[in-house]
Write a protein that binds this ligand. Structure first.
Ligand SMILES: Cc1cc2nc3c(=O)[nH]c(=O)nc-3n(C[C@H](O)[C@H](O)[C@H](O)COP(=O)(O)OP(=O)(O)OC[C@H]3O[C@@H](n4cnc5c(N)ncnc54)[C@H](O)[C@@H]3O)c2cc1C
Length: 276
């Protein structure tokens, strides 16, 4: 199987212990030879230095790395400085996002939507960066309608994005429908499917509520029925997510982006089954 569009996402560790653990996780995941690792970026300044630090460490280990960059709460000046730092560090690809404001934050700011960030990056740095943007097969939770959300996605590509990574989902049809509709609008960039391995029922439900990803009822019921039996949750999760990936790749998905949650086991298990 082709692995050219296979990538793995981390979040920047908050403690030295977390950083040590992530080094071990990275060593294991590097054996799968992903095209690149990406590192998330906290809106509101929380983990911005952590993002760059982690990216630099990954690069120094000889792997390609892409920082995420969110614009909400940022200014042209602050974003220009970050882009300059990225360029000075030899970073050639990034994931450009709006980000989410912490609750209680008033809003406003110089950048309202991710298409404005993409436009800004192109204006400031030309073609230096390969830019990935987010896509939502099951609709972004704040969008007015699927059509509006698709238009917003198209605007990010028109502003200069090279490719997209989707929010995770467990309904393959939602992905295929989204890509078909994007193609009808003339959007022809690769839309890489975001994959969330299933290892923990409570965590999955919490995340999915926040980001608007639907867990199909039969999957939810089965996971809930396992209670504290984590081995069964993991085994069932592995089956469900591997068949999702198989269906996506067979149906033409150009690649997979794994939300690793800084863990190696689940992503490795899925990947090994896929390449068998
Ligand atoms: C692959 C991936 C990686 C991510 N990484 C991070 C990360 O590192 N850090 C982080 O903080 N968050 C991250 N997120 C979460 C993301 O920041 C949130 O989902 C955020 O709410 C939206 O970001 P966006 O870039 O998709 O925004 P946008 O594309 O700007 O869309 C946001 C919302 O605004 C709507 N919209 C867009 N333009 C307009 C307009 N002109 N008028 C009205 N409505 C409009 C859209 O329909 C959508 O509902 C990631 C998400 C994905 C899928």
């Amino acid at each position: 199987m082709e692995t050219h569009n296979f990538s793995i996402e981390f979040f920047p560790p908050k403690t030295d212990e977390g950083a040590d653990k992530l080094r071990v996780v990275r060593q294991k995941l590097a054996l799968l030879a992903p095209k690149y690792f990406s590192v998330t970026f906290g809106a509101g300044g929380t983990t911005q230095q952590g993002t760059l630090q982690t990216v630099l460490e990954i690069q120094s280990e000889g792997h390609a790395a892409a920082p995420h960059l969110s614009c909400v709460g940022g200014t042209a000046e602050s974003l220009r400085a970050i882009l300059q730092q990225f360029q000075d560090s030899g970073i050639r690809r990034l994931v450009a996002l709006r980000g989410d404001l912490p609750s209680g934050y008033g809003g406003g700011g110089e950048f309202r939507y991710a298409n404005e960030l993409v436009e800004f990056i192109r204006k400031e740095t030309g073609d230096w960066f390969h830019i990935e943007v987010a896509a939502y097969p099951e609709m972004h939770p704040q969008a007015r309608s699927p059509q509006d959300d698709l238009q917003a996605f198209a605007r990010k590509v028109q502003a200069g994005a090279n490719a997209a990574i989707t929010q995770y989902f467990y309904n393959a049809d939602a992905y295929f429908e989204f890509v078909d509709n994007a193609r009808k609008l003339g959007v022809d960039v690769p839309v890489v499917a975001g994959i969330m391995p299933i290892t923990n029922y409570t965590q999955l439900m919490r995340f999915s509520d926040m980001c608007g990803a639907e867990i199909p009822r039969w999957v939810r019921m089965k996971l809930a029925s396992y209670g504290d039996d984590t081995a069964s949750i993991k085994a069932f999760g592995l089956d469900v997510v591997t068949s999702l990936c198989e269906r996506l790749l067979a149906g033409g998905a150009p690649g997979l982006h794994f939300y690793s949650m800084n863990q190696a086991a689940a992503t490795t298990a899925i990947w090994q089954r896929l390449v068998k």
